[in-house]
Design a protein around this ligand. Structure first.
Ligand SMILES: Nc1ncnc2c1ncn2[C@@H]1O[C@H](COP(=O)(O)OP(=O)(O)OP(=O)(O)O)[C@@H](O)[C@H]1O
Ligand SMILES: [Mg+2]
Length: 269
């Protein structure tokens, strides 16, 4: 697969997308999106089994619309499985997953999932990747989303020439373009260096404030969970072992409180 991608990157790709003059992107208003309609998430006794092996064991959870929740837990503990159920890529073996009060029955544009790897199409430029769903006015919306993540000037680049952090920002823009009410983030910063991670944290905080979506962030990094989320959950043995309220964006804990919260979470992971 890697060899195939490398071969694809070496191909002389057609310049099929017209390059806009810099004034076109410069003229775009920043954050030209309406605020999202935040969506409530509810898990009702959710069970997931693979070949008789129980990964999620009766999860009950309500995430109010607009809340930012982080989920930490050991590797193999079912975190990605949970995300796939919420976004509608898989079905629970038992119980119900409800978004906005309705059972999830498949993918929907206002619930978006961001993976650890950006999963960009190498034969599409940044703008083409962001606007991949096309539809009327896609290009303007894609350019505005790229502007939103600080990449307006890289819209015409191929993914192969972007850095890891920039590629992940393109993936974030691709999620934002459909104005999600619920954004799911499955270790999106795991592969980035510490400085780039912090930049991404700032970006995510700002974008969340501007757009108003709710989010579920999976992370191995307890400090990241406490830094970004209003609430931290520990998933252990298929159940929620800890549900900790951190406080909203305007009530961030101070340094000593953060250290105490981190110690408390690490005890339960
Ligand atoms: N499609 C599948 N078929 C069979 N088993 C699966 C499938 N998807 C996940 N599993 C199993 O379910 C368990 C949970 O996997 P999952 O990917 O959800 O863990 P995770 O918490 O995201 O781990 P990590 O932190 O390493 O990403 C693992 O034992 C995994 O092998
Ligand atoms: Mg995972």
């Amino acid at each position: 697969m890697t060899a195939l991608l490398q071969a694809l990157r070496r191909l002389p790709l057609p310049r099929s997308v017209a390059v806009p003059s810099p004034s076109v992107t410069a003229a775009l208003p920043r954050a030209s999106f309406e605020r999202a309609r935040p969506l409530e998430l509810r898990l009702d006794g959710v069970v997931k089994e693979f070949a008789g092996r129980r990964v999620l064991d009766g999860l009950d959870l309500t995430v109010p619309a607009g809340q930012f929740v982080a989920v930490v837990g050991r590797s193999g503990g079912g975190k990605s499985t949970l995300m796939r159920l919420i976004v509608g890529l898989d079905r629970p073996s038992g119980g119900r997953v409800l978004v906005d009060g309705r059972p999830v029955s498949g993918l929907r544009p206002d619930v978006r999932l961001l993976f650890q790897d950006p999963r960009l199409l190498p034969w599409q430029r940044a703008v083409g990747n962001v606007g991949i769903a096309r539809g009327p006015g896609w290009r303007e919306r894609a350019l505005a989303a790229l502007d939103d993540v600080g990449l307006a000037d890289r819209a015409e680049e191929w993914p192969s020439v972007l850095s890891g952090g920039q590629r992940q920002r393109v993936a974030l823009a691709r999620a934002l373009v459909s104005n999600p009410g619920l954004l799911l983030l499955d270790e999106p910063f795991g592969a980035l260096d510490a400085l780039t991670r912090q930049e991404m944290h700032r970006l995510l905080r700002r974008i969340r404030e501007e757009h108003g979506f709710g989010a579920v962030l999976i992370t191995h990094d307890v400090a990241e969970a406490v830094a970004l989320a209003d609430r931290v959950l520990v998933l252990r043995e298929g159940k929620i072992a800890l549900d900790l309220d951190i406080g909203g964006p305007d009530q961030r804990p101070d340094e000593s409180a953060v250290a105490a919260l981190e110690a408390r979470i690490l005890r339960d992971v």
